[in-house]
Design a protein around this ligand. Structure first.
Ligand code: ARG
Length: 320
């Protein structure tokens, strides 16, 4: 189920589901948890070279797991998930699976020790492992991911990306592997007490978002275009949070898990109670490489079916 309109979310805001009660938990530091599945071994921790942090960096996740992976791809007999070369699919660089992401979205992806860590990095490592490919993660602006996938620079866009009809015209989405919710973050003393306040007649708030995310798209439609306020677009969610902290924006609309991570890091902020409206996260892939799509999608389906994906998510997100 996808959110078409933020309105639906906002109008439902009095349905109180307490999100503040679950504070404190997951994002920080949990990336180094011990994992039980060998498919994930070393995916985030030992894999990339010391490429430092910053945008447009390419961390080569060529840890030992990639070297051990040569036979594991054959497992998916009729799934189309063959071993790397000459098995019916091609990738942008032979033998590699290049993942485009925006590592500013904990706990799905963030930079830790010069590497991209998080749920998506681990899922991609497990997919690469199954396909006998070496994972490389390219960190870029969120709104560059679709282009990278479309242009064949990356094989897979994995970034907590919500499936939307507009994006489906640009890329093919795999099965969904997780869900997210758009939530509203305010300062503790904010006069915005319910999301309805943002949509009330005469409202005039400044809303911070990460550029080109669904939070941007919904608020642009429902608030800016409706003449109920303005949207300040930031290249990272954390920058929108800083703008909130310093009073440049009145609230931030962003996905619930990064929201929890950011609020846990910064004093004086809270997440408004909202109804849970679910968005589907999926991997974005090039429409013109159906063989690779089939292989990746089949591998992901297997990883969902055997509990690997849930195991990865559970390492980072504490059940509520
Ligand atoms: N789910 C939202 C969207 O697809 C936000 C995703 C942002 N992801 C990121 N890695 N910055 O638009």
């Amino acid at each position: 189920m996808k959110v078409k309109k933020l309105t639906a979310l906002l109008l439902a805001s009095l349905m109180a589901v307490s999100m503040t009660a679950c504070g404190g938990s997951p994002a920080s530091g949990s990336g180094t948890g011990t994992d039980s599945s060998d498919a994930n071994d070393g995916s985030a921790e030992e894999s990339s070279d010391a490429s430092g942090s910053g945008n447009e960096e390419s961390s080569d996740n060529s840890g030992s797991d990639a070297e051990n992976a040569d036979e594991s791809g054959v497992g998916g007999e009729d799934s189309g998930a063959g071993a790397a070369d000459g098995e019916g699919f091609t990738t942008s660089v032979d033998g590699k699976l290049i993942m485009a992401t925006n590592a500013a979205f904990p706990p799905y992806e963030y930079v830790e020790g010069g590497q991209v860590a998080g749920i998506d990095a681990e899922i991609a490592a497990a997919i690469a492992d199954k396909l006998g490919l070496e994972l490389q993660i390219d960190d870029m602006e969120f709104d560059s991911i679709t282009e990278a996938v479309k242009g064949g620079k990356a094989d897979i866009g994995l970034a907590g990306m919500t499936v939307t009809p507009d994006r489906q015209e640009e890329v093919d989405f795999t099965v969904s592997y997780a869900t997210g919710v758009q939530v509203i973050i305010v300062t503790e003393d904010s006069d915005i007490t319910s999301a309805d306040d943002l949509l009330a007649e005469g409202a005039n708030h400044v809303v911070g978002v990460q550029r080109n995310t669904t939070g941007d798209l919904y608020t642009t439609d429902d608030i800016e275009k409706a003449g109920l306020g303005t949207i300040d677009r930031y290249s990272k969610g954390a920058e929108a949070i800083q703008a909130l902290k310093t009073g440049k924006v009145d609230c931030v609309v962003i996905d619930n898990e990064p929201a929890k991570a950011f609020v846990a890091e910064v004093d004086g902020l809270k997440i408004l109670d909202t109804e849970y409206i679910t968005e589907d996260y999926a991997a974005a892939m090039n429409k013109e490489n159906p063989a690779l799509y089939e292989a990746v999608n089949a591998a992901l389906q297997e990883l969902i079916a055997d509990g690997t994906v849930q195991g990865i998510i559970d390492k980072y997100i504490t059940a509520e």
